[in-house]
Ligand binder design. Structure first.
Ligand SMILES: [Zn+2]
Length: 208
């Protein structure tokens, strides 16, 4: 429970951040390039209302075509059946295996979604990868897909995500501002662009 409290405390600081909000608002109304968000660590303004409301996570899995909107947290508690549903949605689609997902990861995803929803970006988070079996992870490495040998995906502590309207700098900067773990920026050209790896391991960032 300590981690959740920490998340709330630190996350609350970012909510009132006008600068990042302005960039997300810009993204919502245009597709022009944005500069990276500012460092958010010094923000101390509170917006408690944001953090006590029921939490719904809306996700889509391009790999399987699944799409769901799950109310998973209410009155300070995780709803178990909803948690199980989210674990299933974040399962290893290729390896066909489900594993427990770190609740802190769900909070990161929810915080991301709830924050950008304030600027009219209400589409589901695209989950490109959630939990991965060892075999799936190994296969990705063999196929040349960027994946760490000891990937946190194998522990249910990482997700690769994308939000169509946000470039990698802004989405990664937002997740980084939670200060809850690692953020990997995967820039790719092409119509769909890249993705962001978010995990609940050590705080670090990298470009892949
Ligand atoms: Zn990843």
């Amino acid at each position: 429970m300590a981690s959740r409290r920490d998340f709330l405390k630190q996350g609350a600081g970012l909510c009132a951040l006008g600068a990042l909000g302005a960039q997300i608002a810009a993204a919502a109304s245009s597709t022009t390039e944005m500069s990276p968000p500012p460092d958010l660590f010094d923000a101390q303004l509170l917006d408690l209302d944001f953090w006590v409301k029921p939490r719904t996570l809306s996700v889509v899995r391009p790999a399987s075509g699944e799409r769901a909107k799950v109310l998973y947290w209410k009155d300070g508690e995780v709803i178990d059946s909803a948690y199980q549903e989210l674990c299933h949605l974040l399962r290893d689609v290729n390896g066909r295996e489900t594993a427990p997902i770190d609740p802190k990861l769900l909070e990161m995803l929810w915080g991301t979604q709830a924050f950008i929803a304030r600027y009219g970006l209400t589409q589901p988070l695209e989950i490109l990868s959630g939990y991965r079996t060892e075999a799936s992870n190994k296969r990705l490495i063999e196929e040349g897909v960027p994946a760490a040998r000891k990937s946190l995906h194998m522990l249910g502590k990482a997700a690769d995500i994308r939000v169509a309207a946000l470039n990698e700098e802004v989405l990664g900067g937002l997740i980084r501002s939670f200060r809850q773990g690692g953020v990997g920026y995967y820039y790719r050209s092409g119509p769909k662009g890249g993705w962001i790896h978010a995990d609940t391991g050590l705080q670090r960032t990298w470009k892949g």
